[in-house]
Design a protein around this ligand. Structure first.
Ligand code: HEM
Length: 518
């Protein structure tokens, strides 16, 4: 009898294991392969010439890194070919995704959102660490929260933060020693983190933000680090979790944080939430986004903390990447730096000037060349290579191509930014391309290479574009103007002439430079 039961149980276990293996093979290999093969049949969809199981397009990222380039450099190299199409197939590891390329596809995509195409209810990072964020909600559901946030980030309100931004610049720059070499990528992260936490949590809490706190290391021991470092590590670990075998094969172990490293990272995340809770409870700054959002009463306490976590993540690294790219390209093209300095100086940005008096919204808006530099830096090395994931909630068609319900969709930013149909000499850093009076602009017009509104995509477009765009551009302009006025940044010729450089999301290339105080 016992033998019979054991045999039956054994058989069931065997069948379940076989079924599970078939399921894994189907979802990890067969499904992405069928997706790739289906779209090979469409002339206006770009597909790679061969299918790479499991790794998919991650293979090309790894290849770029191996060659010493930034991981997304292959997207710039293939832009000419991709731009002959409306869309492209990307296999993000085992997840097949359609990526929007042409402006025509972009127009149709925007028109289908949010009723038929909307943000995916799943995002590898947010789903686990901030499940209540509006970034994961259907547009209709999250709209009141989004509207409130967009209102809080608008230019009139954002201008109140200028003195705080200048204070953070002063703080970070005064800690830099003259003639010393620094990893500016790290220094800029500290700077933008200071700015973003001032704006979000309060202008009176930097000592608390910089306080050292416990963070658990993989060996189980604790290390004391500040909130900025905690955030960087939490975000990194949540990105890396995507590639953990358990995330692929037994996702519930990750979703419920049942085993290491998920358990440890969850505890670390709670520590960073606790730190934020303590910080905001001590802030008296009623103009902080947190306090204003709390007053609006659209979130419960946990939800608001998660939203702040998401916004901080979306805001500080992207902004610091953007500043690093701007500094790099300005130094690679000294004539652009000279022109920028001349404009800033004409507008009162001189060393020793009282910048809190000089820097008003009107003053910053007056600096047209600064605006062009920022636009060009965003174009040539956009902080995010693509949008956060969207999903088709019904069967739809884009540019005549059927897209089945459930398909993940992203928007390709890099190809559009390097599209020769719209940009003359797209691989070159030329801020003058935005100056309607310049010879470059006139020549591009003559050749019919005029950008379309969708040719610049760094913040995406449509109902779910970045809600922090105005604040992001304002803070980066102020920081850049401050740095260029007060510092010379000496980057080695080796780094300036290096092929395949980039400082966008996930770049492991540090902007190392000697800092000389002006
Ligand atoms: C250079 C800096 C920045 C860039 C390039 C950038 C870009 C983006 C992009 C591409 C998205 C995804 C849009 C989409 O998937 O359609 C996004 C989303 C978002 N960004 Fe930004 N961003 C920047 C700074 C900021 C700042 C400063 C804030 C807030 C203070 C912010 C808040 C957000 C939020 C909350 C979302 C999620 C929106 C949603 O899903 O509805 N970002 N950003």
């Amino acid at each position: 009898m016992i033998w019979e039961i054991a045999k039956t149980l054994g058989l069931y276990t065997l069948y379940m294991t076989i079924g599970y293996i078939i399921f894994l093979v189907y979802s990890m290999i067969v499904k992405p392969f069928l997706f790739w093969r289906k779209y090979r049949g469409y002339n206006n969809v770009y597909t790679r010439s061969s299918f790479i199981p499991m790794l998919g397009d991650i293979y090309y990222h790894l290849k770029s890194i191996k060659a010493g380039y930034v991981h997304y450099f292959h997207l710039i190299e293939t832009a000419d070919e991709v731009n002959k199409h409306d869309m492209k197939v990307v296999n993000q590891g085992i997840t097949p995704v359609l990526s929007i390329v042409s402006n025509k596809a972009m127009t149709e995509f925007i028109n289908l959102a949010p009723a038929k195409i909307d943000k995916a209810g799943y995002n590898a990072v947010f789903s686990v660490c901030a499940p209540k964020t509006m970034a994961l909600m259907r547009t209709k559901v999250g709209m009141p929260k989004r509207k409130m946030m967009v209102g809080l980030f608008d230019l009139t309100r954002a201008s109140k933060y200028i003195p705080g931004i200048l204070d953070r610049c002063e703080e970070v720059c005064s800690n830099l020693k003259n003639n010393e070499t620094y990893n500016l990528s790290y220094e800029m992260i500290r700077l933008t983190f200071g700015v973003v936490t001032s704006v979000l949590y309060g202008d009176d809490i930097h000592t608390l933000v910089n306080q050292l706190r416990d963070f658990e290391k993989p060996d189980g021991t604790f290390e004391k680090i500040n909130l900025c470092e905690m955030k960087i590590r939490c975000i990194k670990s949540y990105v890396m979790q995507q590639f953990h075998p358990f995330t692929l094969m037994l996702p519930f172990l990750r979703n419920y944080c049942l085993v290491q490293p998920f358990k440890r990272e969850w505890n670390n995340l709670q520590r960073s939430f606790d730190a934020v809770k303590e910080i905001v409870s001590k802030s008296q700054d009623t103009k902080s986004i947190y306090h204003q959002a709390k007053k609006a009463d659209l979130y419960d306490d946990e939800g608001l903390l998660q939203e702040m976590f998401t916004i901080t993540g979306a805001a500080f690294q992207s902004s610091s990447e953007f500043i690093c790219s701007s500094l790099y390209f300005l130094n690679k093209h000294p004539e652009t730096l000279k022109k920028l300095r001349a404009e800033l100086s004409e507008n009162g940005w001189t060393k020793g000037a009282d910048l809190k008096k000089v820097c008003t919204i009107d003053n910053i808006q007056n600096c047209e060349y600064l605006n062009m530099v920022v636009k060009e830096a965003l174009r040539i090395d956009t902080p995010f290579p693509e949008a956060f994931p969207y999903q088709a909630y019904e069967d739809v068609e884009i540019c005549g191509v059927p897209v089945k319900k459930g398909t993940y969709i992203v928007v390709d930013f890099i190809s559009a930014h390097y599209d020769e149909k719209h940009w003359m000499k797209p691989k070159e850093f030329i801020p003058d391309r935005f100056d309607t009076e310049s010879e470059f602009y006139k020549e591009a017009m003559k050749q019919g290479q005029t950008p379309h509104v969708f040719s610049r995509r760094s913040f995406n477009h449509g109902v779910r574009k970045c809600p922090g765009q105005t604040l992001a551009i304002l803070q980066v302009k102020v920081i850049l103007a401050y740095l260029v006025t007060n510092l010379d940044v000496e980057i080695s010729d080796e780094l300036l002439n290096k092929y395949g450089i980039g400082f966008g999301l996930g770049s492991e290339i540090p902007l190392t430079a000697k800092v000389i105080k002006r």
